[in-house]
Design a protein around this ligand. Structure first.
Ligand code: 7TS
Length: 404
């Protein structure tokens, strides 16, 4: 069944507006996605009818808010095929990865150990590991890049060794769209006894992810990149690992008992949720995941692949355009450069025509260095994008070429 894109678009009110007097063409979905009415209404309803603090059992509204927060957690658990207590609320992928790096990495790593990441990681999956390696004496190692923007795995058996304690890798690349062979990498990591962390920020909105089938140890994603609110995200972790880890942040909610001599920790998942959580955000994310799970996800994946293939074909025919990252397996991201133009100029001129893309290094400076480019222009697709959006992008580029 093909996707009814028109029916999907109607559920995203923001797409109906204009930008600089032109119909809005939103192609910056890798930065953040737009929100369907189901999410906007869930957040609105939460503040209108349920708002209270949670887990205090104090009164009627407190019970409603707690139930809403915990129902949202159940939605995440169902979405990832995880257990309820394996779902930790965070601010987003960045905080999720910091939590794993500092709590798990910080307690596991010692001098001589290695953490393996890849060249195409977002800074959020590099810098926390760098910090923890510095603190523990472990070494950060890097999987190199192949010419097409996929990972060069020719030397993987020398990189992933008995010294590798943690492999932390993007499920899909934000800058290039490359879909990494995570199943194969997890199998290899298991053989040397390494733990696996997946940065799912650019994966979960595109296709279904089953953490049990993948058998990863940790999985991180952000609400705002999957049709939910900003400021809320998820860390999935295997229960036995989470139980053995020290808390990341301390304070209210995450404790069992506190005295001036000693404090003890709450059970999972609360041990990792110090302070009042972003309740409305979690409710919105729960609604976003329920909305997405009610869609035909296979059809969404096929639709996005078709958009990418259409855009790639147009890009290849466009004079002076160089695609950056043309791996065989990709999510709907088209990164490119145009001869004799600067990415930010292209972005600004596209914006004037109502077309939203992102330009720059996309928080992947080591990747840009490896590619020897300062940045790219990036168009990234969501289920509500159409072939007409791709046409608008290329019509915009035609005008820019004439102008520049
Ligand atoms: N990991 C990946 C793969 C990402 O794409 C991003 C955000 C992050 C981590 C961090 O997520 P956050 O929600 O905590 O900020 N990527 C982008 C992007 O490509 N453009 O803007 C944000």
């Amino acid at each position: 069944m093909s996707l009814d894109v028109h029916a999907i678009r109607e559920q995203f009110p923001i797409l109906q507006q204009t930008a600089h007097g032109k119909p809005l063409v939103y192609l910056d979905n890798a930065a953040t996605t737009q929100k369907p009415v189901a999410v906007i209404d869930a957040v609105d309803n939460y503040y209108r009818t349920q708002n209270s603090n949670v887990h205090r059992g104090a009164h009627y509204l407190g019970d409603l808010a707690t139930a809403a927060l915990e129902d949202a957690r159940l939605s995440v658990a169902r979405f990832l095929n995880a257990e309820r207590e394996e779902v930790i609320w965070t601010k987003g992928t960045t905080e999720s990865l910091n939590l794993v790096a500092h709590s798990f990495g910080g307690s596991q790593l010692k001098a001589g150990d290695e953490v393996l990441v890849s060249t195409l990681e977002h800074h959020a999956n590099i810098v926390p590991w760098q910090q923890v390696c510095e603190r523990t004496g472990a070494t950060l190692k890097v999987i190199p890049l192949a010419a097409d923007g996929s990972l060069n795995l020719s030397d993987i058996d020398n990189l992933l060794t008995g010294n590798t304690k943690i492999l932390s890798i993007a499920h899909a690349s934000n800058a290039l769209g490359t879909l990494n062979p995570v199943a194969e990498l997890i199998t290899k990591a298991r053989k040397v006894g390494a733990y696996v962390v997946l940065d799912g920020a650019q994966a979960v909105s595109h296709f279904s992810v089953d953490v049990k089938a993948l058998d990863c140890d940790f999985y991180a994603f952000s609400g705002h990149k999957i049709f939910g609110p900003t400021g809320i995200g998820v860390l999935y972790g295997k229960k036995d690992l989470l139980n053995a880890m020290p808390p990341y942040q301390t304070g209210g909610e995450m404790i069992e008992t506190v005295s001036f001599e000693k404090s003890t920790w709450n059970r999972l998942p609360y041990k990792f949720e110090a302070g009042t959580p972003h309740i409305a955000g979690a409710v919105g994310l729960g609604a976003a995941l329920e909305w997405l799970m009610a869609q035909d996800r296979e059809a969404i994946w096929e639709h996005e692949k078709a958009l990418l293939a259409y855009a790639t074909e147009k890009a290849k025919a466009f004079p002076g355009l160089r695609i950056i990252g043309d791996a065989e397996h990709k999510v709907g991201v088209l990164s490119f450069l145009i001869d004799n133009t600067h990415p930010s100029d292209v972005g600004t001129l596209l914006d004037q025509q109502g077309v939203a893309v992102r330009t720059g290094h996309h928080c992947t400076m080591p990747l840009m260095a490896a590619l020897q480019i300062p940045g790219t222009v990036r168009a990234s697709f969501a289920p509500y994008n159409t072939h007409a959006d791709v046409d608008a992008l290329f019509a915009g580029l035609e005008k820019i070429i004439k102008f520049l």
